[in-house]
Design a protein around this ligand. Structure first.
Ligand code: G1P
Length: 309
């Protein structure tokens, strides 16, 4: 039995998020070309910190212990970001740059890091399927965090783990999305789970990128999943779907058809979509405005700039 299983048993009353947080980072980043010709999208900085480091921090705060990055050929920099750079650390240290040193040490110090390679871009479901062989036998669920999505404030993974402890199965994070944007998402068909917990809903079905008129609700998947290990069997039975890709949404829909419990926690805070330049810019401005070093100057410049426009 692994240490993880032992600690799960010791603190059975506290819902733990899964040991392994999977971060799919194998995409081509075409919406960010030409920048992503050589720089992986996941390393583009939100002010000065790569989006994937923010997501790793979220996984760590929720209690995950291992970060499993799904990467693709040519994107070695994503994993390298989580490896100590002793030469750089020595240089910063010898120059007395302690604040910089702390920033550089942050990513490697968060979690145990491993990676698997997705050879071909066959979809998010396929990317998640690639991690199965890398899990220990006693890991009965995984957390999945899409690095395109920043879900703020943190804490939603913890609420999802509580819902899994109560209802079993798989639990996803949902956000409300307006009609005109709904066809960009995986969309839920939901029903009440318990009147006393209105933010948790039972999922009756799920569809990836439906036409607006076919969307079963305005509740969309927001890039955070706690998936029961049964997802891997469901993925094996799933055919390519929207965009010709193997969709995790379709495998989740299959789990529901098979009678497995699937719930959502409805997140009502904010969320940024780092997956396109427009959403990425909003995230960068939002984060910068909250910083003491850049916030005040950016705020006054924005006020001036907007008055001019
Ligand atoms: C993916 C998922 C989709 C989800 C979305 C959230 O889509 O397939 O179900 O709603 O992330 O960002 P993508 O944005 O990669 O097309």
């Amino acid at each position: 039995m692994s240490d993880h299983a032992t600690s799960s048993a010791a603190s059975a009353s506290v819902p733990l998020i899964p040991h392994t947080a999977v971060v799919p980072a194998a995409g081509l980043g075409t919406r960010f070309l030409p920048a992503t010709k050589t720089v992986p999208k996941e390393l583009l900085p939100v002010v000065d910190t790569p989006g994937i480091e923010l997501v790793a921090e979220e996984a760590k705060s929720a209690g995950a212990e291992r970060l499993l990055i799904v990467t693709s050929p040519g994107k070695d920099g994503v994993v390298a970001h989580f490896v100590e750079d002793l030469v750089l650390e020595h240089t910063l240290s010898s120059r007395g740059k302690e604040a910089m040193l702390a920033k550089v040490r942050n990513a490697p110090s968060l979690l145990e890091v491993a990676s698997v390679v997705q050879d071909k871009p066959l979809g998010l479901g396929h990317a998640i399927g690639c991690v199965e062989a890398d899990l220990a036998d006693d890991e009965d669920a995984i957390a999945v965090l899409l690095p395109d999505d920043l879900v703020l404030p943190g804490g939603v993974l913890g609420r999802m783990a509580q819902a899994r402890a109560r209802f079993g199965g798989s639990v996803l994070c949902a956000i409300e999305v307006p009609d005109e944007k709904i066809s960009a998402y995986g969309v839920f068909d939901v029903t009440e789970a318990d009147p006393a917990s209105p933010d948790v809903k039972r999922v009756r079905g799920m569809v990836e990128k439906p036409a607006r008129q076919d969307a079963p609700s305005n509740l969309a998947a927001a890039g955070r999943y706690i998936l029961d290990r049964k997802i891997f069997d469901a993925l094996r039975e799933t055919e390519p779907g929207a965009g010709g890709e193997l969709q995790i949404t379709d495998a989740i829909a299959l789990l529901i058809e098979q009678g497995e419990p699937v719930h959502v926690v409805v997140h009502t805070g904010s969320r940024h979509d780092l997956g396109n330049p427009g959403g990425y810019l909003k995230a960068a401005v939002d984060f910068a405005l909250d910083r003491d070093d850049y916030g005040p100057d950016l705020r006054s410049w924005l006020v001036e700039r907007l008055a001019d426009s």
